[in-house]
Structures are given as structure tokens and as C-alpha cells.
Write a protein that binds this ligand. Structure first.
Ligand code: NAD
Length: 288
């Protein structure tokens, strides 16, 4: 049966690396990296995410800037906050917590973040740089998945990688990142005709559909590596998009939920914030 991919352990290693990198940068006379989080409204899940990001940032020795706006904030007000943080050289990274209230245009807001402070990798510039295979800041969840696969020495060059989901946040950048690593990539989504058949091609199956229990053993080739991005809160705690017990019988490696992909997202946010600070202080753009 499958070995587990321990995302908690890898995330801890990444966070330690970042803390060391922050200390080195400061010892060399550089500015302390700082992350600015912007929270608009009072969505309870977003509040928890932002709190965890701020704590992790402080724990890594970075400065924590935070702006809170009411649910009724106008586009112009959020834009002004972004402009102010953009102009502040103590702020290395700007993160607009999504989703924002429905009357705001999140795409337009994101594009006001300077691309070298775009630590979520969601501005049109960084998305374009990824699509062109140029250096830049990458979305945290898919970047964390690549790091997990590297840590477990899962080969990507020439591998068949199937990504389930095509969201701007996860599926699309995931496909681009493994394409940049020379995988043969298939992207499935809600209109895919025979999902299980497409998934069975995979040497590496990455599932980010947001549908509980979507993937069972009929969709997994024996020996495949399975990465479950889904997060669903049920009566007995968290689960993913994968029927874990079934899939663990045929896969060679699988991520648990919780403790797989989840912890990597914040770790990669810290990594991106350090990379952004170095970039702003004269280092090369973050490598692919
Ligand atoms: P989303 O809803 O924006 O996108 C889901 C994608 O899955 C869509 O492209 C859709 O076409 C596809 N899809 C939906 N139903 C499908 C089906 N039946 N068959 C095939 N494809 C289907 O979601 P998202 O933001 O990409 O997030 C996906 C999941 O990952 C969610 O459960 C979310 O909570 C979780 N997530 C986890 C982390 C993390 O840190 N672990 C980060 C982001 C998202």
C-alpha cells in the first residue's frame, strides 16, 4: 500500500529554510522582509487564514503588516490601500485575501499589486511570466505541490501528469508548473467526458476539483502518485477530493488530508515573500 507524503514535515523544513534566509539577508545589511495582508469583510474562514499567515510570517522573522477593511469598502478604497503598500519599501509582499465581497472586482484589484510584490502569483504579469516560462512569483499551492514531489524524488520530466481542475488559483498554474518541468500534461475539468479514464493515464495525479470523494481506485493506475488538494470539513474532520482508503491500496505515494498539501501553502507564501524581498533588493527574479 501507498507511502504517505508528509506535507507537515516538508512545510516545517521550508519554513526553517526561510527563517534562515531572512536572518542571512538581515545580517548582510538587507531590509527585513515584510508581508502585508489585506482582509476585506468578515468572512470567518478568511479571518482564520489571514491570522495563520500573519503568525507564520512573524515566526519566520518577517515584518507583519495588516490592513482590515469593512465589507462595504469601495473598489477605490481597496485600491488606495494597495497603492500605499506598493509604495512602502518595508513591504516586500502584498496579499489580498480572496474571496473579496462580490461588489468588488478582484481581478482589477490584484493587478494593482506590483508584480514583484505579488506573493500569491495571481497578477496578470506573473501569470503571463509563468505561461512564457520566465522567472517570477508562483501561486503558493501549486508551487508547494512541486516542492513536495521534488522532496519525494518523483520524476516529472517525461511523466504523464493529470491535473483535475482548471481554476486560476490551483489547476491552471499547476498544469503550467509541471509543463515547465517537462511533464506531458492533461487538464481535466467539469466537462471532461470520462474522468476516470483520463486519470488512469497518470503517473502523477493531482486533484483540485473541490468535490468530496470524487476520485476512487478506478481512476488510479497501480503505482501512481496521488496528490489531493481538496479540503472539505465533515463530521469526522477534514477530507479531500480523493477516497483515501481505496486509493492508498493502489497508489505508490499519496498525500493525506489533513497534513499533505495544506501546510505547504503557507510555507510557500513565506518562501515567496523572502524571494520577493531579495528581488527588490537587487537579486535575480525568483527562479522557475
Ligand atoms: P474551484 O472551485 O475554483 O475549481 C474547481 C475546478 O474543478 C474547476 O475548474 C472545475 O471545472 C473542476 N471540477 C469541478 N467538478 C468537477 C468534476 N466533477 N470533475 C472534474 N472536474 C471538476 O476550486 P479551487 O480553488 O481550485 O480549489 C479546489 C479544492 O482545493 C477546494 O476543495 C479547495 O478548498 C482546495 N484548496 C486547497 C488549498 C490548500 O492549501 N490545500 C488551496 C486552495 C484550494
Amino acid at each position: 500500500s501507498a507511502r504517505l507524503i508528509d506535507g507537515t514535515a516538508v512545510a516545517r523544513r521550508v519554513r526553517d529554510e526561510v527563517a534562515k534566509g531572512v536572518a542571512e539577508l538581515v545580517a548582510q545589511g538587507g531590509r527585513t522582509p515584510g508581508l502585508a495582508t489585506i482582509l476585506v469583510g468578515d468572512d470567518p474562514a478568511s479571518e482564520v487564514y489571514v491570522r495563520n499567515k500573519r503568525r507564520a510570517c512573524a515566526a519566520a522573522g518577517m515584518r507583519d503588516f495588516h490592513r482590515r477593511l469593512p465589507t462595504t469598502a469601495r473598489q477605490e478604497e481597496v485600491r488606495e490601500v494597495i497603492a500605499e503598500l506598493a509604495a512602502d519599501d518595508q513591504v516586500s509582499g502584498i496579499l489580498l485575501q480572496l474571496p473579496v465581497p462580490a461588489h468588488l472586482d478582484s481581478e482589477a484589484l490584484l493587478d494593482h499589486i506590483p508584480y514583484d510584490k505579488d506573493v500569491d502569483g495571481l497578477t496578470v504579469k506573473n501569470v503571463g511570466r509563468l505561461a512564457q516560462g520566465r522567472p517570477g512569483l508562483r501561486p503558493c499551492t501549486p508551487a508547494g505541490i512541486v516542492r513536495l514531489l521534488d522532496e519525494y524524488e518523483v520524476p516529472l520530466a517525461g511523466a504523464e501528469v493529470v491535473v483535475v481542475g482548471r481554476s486560476v488559483l490551483v489547476g491552471r498554474p499547476m498544469a503550467q508548473l509541471v509543463l515547465a518541468r517537462h511533464a506531458t500534461v492533461t487538464v481535466c475539468h467539469s466537462r471532461t467526458k470520462d474522468l476516470a479514464e483520463a486519470c488512469r493515464r497518470a503517473d502523477v495525479l493531482i486533484v483540485a476539483a473541490g468535490v468530496p470523494q470524487l476520485i476512487g481506485r478506478d481512476a488510479v493506475r497501480r503505482g501512481a502518485v496521488v496528490v489531493d488538494v481538496g479540503i472539505h470539513r465533515g463530521d469526522e474532520g477534514l477530507h479531500g477530493d480523493v477516497r483515501f482508503e481505496e486509493v492508498a491500496e493502489v497508489a505508490s505515494l499519496v498525500t493525506p488530508v489533513p497534513g499533505g498539501v495544506g501546510p505547504m501553502t503557507i510555507a510557500m507564501l513565506l518562501h515567496n515573500t523572502l524571494e520577493a524581498a531579495r528581488w527588490q533588493q537587487g537579486s535575480a527574479a525568483p527562479a522557475a
